[in-house]
Design a protein around this ligand. Structure first.
Ligand code: SAH
Ligand code: SF4
Length: 472
């Protein structure tokens, strides 16, 4: 469905928020106030947190890792799985002590969890030390919410039950100085039956291509940003909600032309929308890495239907083959759920079969988690915990042995590596990634950061490869 109204937040609204940021900055002047943002969940949450951090910096706060020194603590949450939600609430409970020690502390709870009514009720009732509850649709109003919290003792709740908007022009404080996430769209239209995302993030809203290109040009012109990842719940349907209908492959080609960038990545791709033109764009655009994150969730056509994924096992395998033929050396990664309601041993065997056939380099494996409000939560045949755990362990075993075999096949090959940083575990080693997104460690020095080097792979260590530089 094409939208006929503009979903962009009005410039006037952004101007208002800038005024709040300025006022708070005035209040904070010379006070050395600090903030912490705790992020849970996917890259989308990470990207939102960078905007929240950007606004807090603009308000005169500086970032700290020390929670006990913070004047503002933000929880930016995820609700994809129940277990993660429980952990987040337990950590939120622990903040009560900090609030007792510092009455001026502001605690803000936001993101996907806060979009659920029952969570908001729970926070209001049992987590009275929280000052602000905000949702996913009003991040751009964060300065105003902070301003209200500074001038009142009441808990402020602003969770909008609308389809959301596209904020442009907000300050961003990026975690990384070399790689940047760039949202190209928000929300999801797919309603996979297990998934809560469409309920908490609203329908698809694509950003305007010129806004995306401008943001990336600005990043590239700073000289330090070499890699960008275009983000969306399903980037393959980018632009379909817009009147000009500019599609994802076209956007990819435009971004590829931007000077100063070395690498372009994108995620996530829904298999049902992976067009031939996208495959062509990946193979044509020299900056786009040979890596496709292609979640398949289950290998059983019957379960895929129950999941509302809109492709069959065979279609998925055919697509992977088509991409492999057009993009030589391509690396596949995926998301898989085990223990979806009604999953039989035979269905699970189909999942293992897809893993063996496509030979993924990395798989994010999930045990099915019941999410209130989704159709799958109401399905009769929920799978018992023991079976789920058993299948999960067998899946990991299969994935690990394939990852190792794939890595071993790389030994002796020379790979182009974008150098990212000094290795975490060894000061004399540098770390970077191949075009296919594999981590490579090698001896080198800091002057290589941000550069492309050729590295001969010498050994494999499951989650990373090690090698030596053969040319600069
Ligand atoms: N939009 C992306 C992923 C969004 S959520 C996509 O379509 O691929 C990230 C992953 O969480 C999903 O791919 C899925 O594997 C997993 N997930 C989502 N809901 C889940 C649930 N209820 N239980 C277990 N895993 C889930
Ligand atoms: Fe969830 Fe499916 Fe949308 Fe991904 S495509 S966010 S799994 S509903």
């Amino acid at each position: 469905m094409k939208r006929d109204k503009d979903v962009k937040v009005s410039e006037k609204e952004i101007e208002i928020q800038k005024t709040y940021m300025e006022q708070i900055r005035g209040l904070n002047a010379l006070q050395n106030k600090k903030f912490v943002v705790n992020t849970f969940g996917c890259q989308m949450s990470e990207s939102d947190s960078e905007k929240i951090a950007g606004m807090l910096v603009e308000m005169g706060y500086s970032q700290t890792e020390e929670v006990d020194q913070a004047d503002v603590i933000v929880f930016n949450t995820c609700c994809v799985r129940e277990h993660a939600e429980e952990k987040i609430l337990s950590r939120l409970g622990q903040l009560k002590a900090y609030k007792q020690n510092n009455r001026d502390l502001i605690i803000a709870f936001g993101g996907c969890m806060a979009q659920q009514l029952h969570v908001v009720e729970k926070i209001k009732k049992s987590y009275r030390h929280v000052d602000i509850i905000f949702g996913t649709h009003n991040i751009h109003r964060f300065p105003e919410l902070i301003y209200c919290a500074l001038s009142s003792n009441k808990m402020i709740t602003e969770v909008l039950d609308i389809d959301g908007v596209v904020p442009e022009g907000l300050p961003v404080s990026r975690k990384d100085g070399l790689k940047a996430w760039v949202n190209i769209m928000y929300g999801c239209n797919n309603f996979c039956t297990y998934c809560i995302v469409p309920y908490v993030r609203g329908r698809e809203r694509s950003r305007e291509p010129q806004d995306i290109v401008r943001e990336i040009q600005l990043l590239a012109s700073q000289g330090c940003y070499k890699e960008i990842t275009l983000l969306g719940q399903n980037v393959n349907s980018y632009g379909l909600d817009r009147k000009d209908g500019r599609a994802f492959p076209e956007l990819l080609r435009e971004v590829n032309k931007i000077d100063g960038l070395e690498r372009i990545r994108f995620m996530t791709s829904h298999p049902k929308d992976f067009s031939d033109d996208l495959i062509k764009a990946i193979s044509e655009c020299e900056k786009v890495g040979e890596h496709v994150h292609l979640p398949f969730q289950s290998g059983s056509t019957r379960i895929l239907k129950e999941m509302n994924r809109k492709y069959t096992k065979e279609q998925y395998l055919e697509l992977a083959e088509k991409i492999r033929n057009a993009v030589p050396g391509v690396s596949f990664t995926s998301d898989i759920i085990v223990g979806f309601p009604g999953e039989t041993e035979e269905d699970f065997e189909d999942t293992l079969d897809v893993v063996r056939k496509v030979r993924f380099d990395l798989v994010y494996t999930f045990i099915y988690s019941k999410r209130t409000g989704t159709p799958a939560a109401e399905m009769q045949e929920q799978i018992d915990d023991k079976t789920k755990k058993d299948r999960f362990d067998r899946l990991l075993e299969t994935v690990y042995s394939i990852v190792q075999e794939n890595n071993e096949a790389m030994i002796g090959k020379v790979e182009e590596v974008l150098v990212e940083s000094v290795s975490k575990n060894n000061d004399e080693m540098m770390t970077g990634r191949t075009r296919t997104n594999k981590i490579v460690n090698f001896a080198g020095d800091k002057s290589l950061i941000g550069k492309l080097v050729d590295v001969r792979i010498q050994s494999q260590h499951m989650w990373y490869l090690a090698g030596e530089i053969v040319a600069n």
